[in-house]
Design a binder for this molecule. Structure first.
Ligand code: ADP
Ligand code: MG
Length: 274
């Protein structure tokens, strides 16, 4: 029964789905060192595209590593789809800045690799990889080797590998940071087009304000020493976003606003460093 027909509808809010990801007061230090992350709490709803932006060393990569269970928390809690990060490993996929392809394997075999590691049957692996390569526009290159690809194509293979796993949560750590601006813009558009078909919740680390605004519905600006949430900026630009989005007044206003916030946290960092 829908909430609107229920007699208690006027007094009871419809049951909200639990967040896909919940951070509860994350604290992280390495050994006896100072706190690198100090009290980060947030909740991500299904389908959120969250960018983490902030000065170098503020803990962006550490947050992703904590989420993926690669690093243990000092205290606090991370819950992903009701599980701790180690148990939630199958729900996540982590895309690094480097495409991390095996040079001796074809594009197809590279995309199949994570599925192979998880013991999926050959036919299922092949079908998932073929579909993922089509989504990133690389069907024609399935039999190529990484050395025969451009930087942008290698990153597409890396994205295809993630997509073939249909993860619930996709973690991306500056995946397009090494690419030229035009290739990056294209890949941003492609990433959102893929997302129309696979509704993962995304955590995306970037140094590019323009990229963060283009992709995200939420931007978390972090301050450094220790890493904390400085501000969250909501991006209410409608999806699907296209090249025209970048020309809109609202997009440009948001880029200016986030750039200003980033400059202010950079200044804070310089002050605490001296
Ligand atoms: P960002 O990705 O925002 O540039 P990182 O998350 O990589 O920052 O690092 C945050 C801080 O934690 C930095 O000061 C870095 O030197 C420190 N750090 C990261 N990994 C380790 C580690 N394995 N051991 C000790 N310190 C680390
Ligand atoms: Mg980093």
């Amino acid at each position: 029964m829908s909430a609107s027909t229920s007699s208690s509808a006027s007094t009871t809010a419809p049951a909200k789905r639990p967040p896909v990801v919940r951070f509860d007061n994350l604290i992280k230090s390495f050994g006896d060192g100072p706190r690198v992350i100090d009290g980060i709490s947030l909740q991500a709803e299904q389908g959120d595209f969250i960018s983490l932006i902030g000065p170098s060393g503020c803990g962006k990569s550490t947050v992703l590593k904590l989420m993926s269970g690669l690093l243990p928390l000092t205290s606090g809690e991370i819950v992903i789809d009701g599980m701790n990060p180690v148990n939630a490993r199958e729900e996540l996929f982590y895309v690094f800045q480097e495409p991390t392809l095996m040079p001796w394997l074809t594009v197809q075999a590279n995309v199949e690799m994570p599925l192979k590691i998880r013991g999926r049957p050959a036919a299922e692996r092949a079908a998932a990889a073929t579909k993922a390569l089509a989504l990133v526009g690389l069907s024609e290159r399935a039999d190529y080797y990484p050395l025969q690809l451009s930087g942008g194509q290698k990153m597409r293979v890396s994205i295809a590998r993630a997509v073939s796993m249909s993860p619930k949560v996709l973690l991306m750590d500056e995946p397009f940071g090494a690419l030229d601006e035009m290739t990056r813009d294209h890949l941003n558009e492609e990433l959102l087009a893929i997302r129309q078909q696979q509704a993962w919740t995304a955590f995306f680390v970037t140094h590019s304000v323009a990229e963060a605004v283009f992709l995200s519905n939420r931007i978390i600006v972090l301050s450094a020493n220790p890493g904390r949430i400085h501000t969250e900026v909501k991006v209410n630009l409608p999806y699907p976003r296209t090249e025209d989005t970048r020309l809109s007044v609202e997009y440009q206003r948001l880029v200016a606003e986030v750039s200003r916030l980033l400059r202010s946290v950079e200044r804070l960092k310089t002050k605490t460093a001296v």
